[in-house]
Design a protein around this ligand. Structure first.
Ligand SMILES: Cc1ncc(COP(=O)(O)O)c(C=O)c1O
Length: 382
């Protein structure tokens, strides 16, 4: 199957004054159109549309790429978290510790099974869970920790484990597919890890999709059973809280095509981040960093400025797509905060909320587009 060089991935012949989107989910699929159409035709002709050969093939390749024994395709990243927690035995009333500064889905998943989210602070350097804050959040009801590799920077899972010995760690890798920690892909250090194939993600589907990965055969087996009604054999629901949450054959077929390109996509995101750093490092901004041992996957490029609102408006007015990740932490959103426990101050979470701004980041952005973003940011500070 033909592989495409990075130059094929970039938008060609852009009018540099044209608007620059914040994300461009169609770009990668359009570049791979012929291969994707062939894969989809194979599904149409195959006459099996749920849990067939395409899902099995994709699961095997995904597990290989993550260096884990098992990967299980499910309907979304949120469902991956729900099924991972259920497979760990988390039940209604148990506490699950995570961060308030994350996509709402992380906490929504905890609440969906009736568990109590316990929200802790993040590190100011990486925006990931602060292991020191974790110590003050443990209780006799703590049943799991969800460590989010936010924006694509790996959370320090070893430090999390050391701060909370014996409590299983779920890695939320939704934003970090392709990130490395000490040379190994994220997703293999917790008991179980969760991925999202939402279209803008580093490995994006053309619709919803997600996966659970694990080196624990027991957990993997339970996730497989829970995704299909809790069946341990056809039409025999043995597990409590079974769901219907399956990756479909169409998404699996195209994800198999795109998975081969993931290293190139992530390399391109990293090159874009390096270009942003080169152009912005002399400005009064806090740029994302990489901790020693980490290889950031740059799902998002989030900088900080004490003039965030003005900068955001300046960029938007000049046609540059920007975002806030996230506009409000979880504990300020009533639909997520209800029933949550907040045992330690969320100092960093509160502080950075008014400073964060995400610049355009996608693998098919051209160098010219990146340079234009840099030029407009520089113009703002001039
Ligand atoms: C950190 C994080 N966790 C979980 C999810 C949920 O993934 P999905 O949208 O596929 O359900 C997302 C997606 O936005 C995410 O960014």
């Amino acid at each position: 199957m033909a592989r495409h060089g990075l130059s094929d991935l970039m938008n060609k012949g852009d009018d540099v004054a044209a608007p620059i989107p914040f994300a461009f989910p169609g770009g990668e699929a359009q570049t791979l159109r012929a291969e994707i159409m062939a894969a989809l035709a194979r599904v149409v002709d195959g006459n099996t549309y749920i849990l067939g050969p395409e899902v099995a093939t994709f699961e095997k390749s995904l597990a290989g790429s993550l260096e884990v024994s098992d990967a299980i395709g499910v309907a979304s990243g949120t469902d991956a978290l729900v099924l991972a927690l259920l497979a760990l035995g988390v039940e209604s009333g148990d506490e699950v510790i995570t961060v308030s500064h994350t996509a709402g889905a992380t906490v929504a998943a905890i609440r969906m099974i009736g568990a109590i989210p316990v929200l802790v602070d993040i590190q100011e350097s990486t925006y990931c869970l602060d292991p020191d804050a974790l110590k003050g959040a443990l209780s006799s009801k703590s049943k799991a920790i969800v460590a989010v590799h936010l924006y694509g920077h790996p959370a320090n899972v070893e430090a999390v484990r050391a701060a909370a010995p014996g409590i299983p760690v779920v890695e939320d890798c939704a934003q970090a597919q392709g990130a490395l920690w000490n040379g190994r892909p994220v997703g293999g250090r917790g008991e179980v890890s969760c991925f999202s194939f939402y279209p803008t993600k580093n490995l994006g589907a053309l619709g919803d999709g997600g996966a659970v990965a694990s080196n624990d055969v027991g957990i993997a087996t339970r996730v497989r059973q829970l995704r299909t009604y809790g069946w341990t054999m056809p039409q025999y629901a043995e597990l409590n809280h079974g769901r219907c949450s399956r990756l479909d054959e169409m998404q699996a077929a195209l994800l198999s095509v795109k998975l081969k390109m993931l290293p190139d996509y992530v390399a391109r995101r990293r090159a874009v981040a390096a270009r942003y750093r080169g152009g912005l490092s002399t400005l009064p901004l806090i740029l994302p960093l990489e901790k020693p041992g980490a290889s950031h996957a740059y799902h998002l490029y989030v900088l900080r400025s004490d003039r965030r609102d003005a900068l955001e408006q300046y960029l938007s007015r000049r046609g540059i797509g920007v975002g806030r990740h996230y506009p409000l932490p979880v504990h300020h959103q009533p639909g997520l905060a209800a029933g949550a426990r907040i045992p330690v101050p969320l100092t960093v979470t509160e502080k950075i909320g008014s400073e964060i701004l995400s610049l355009p980041m996608f693998s098919t952005i051209s160098d010219e587009q990146v340079d234009r973003v840099i030029a407009v940011v520089r113009e703002f500070f001039a």
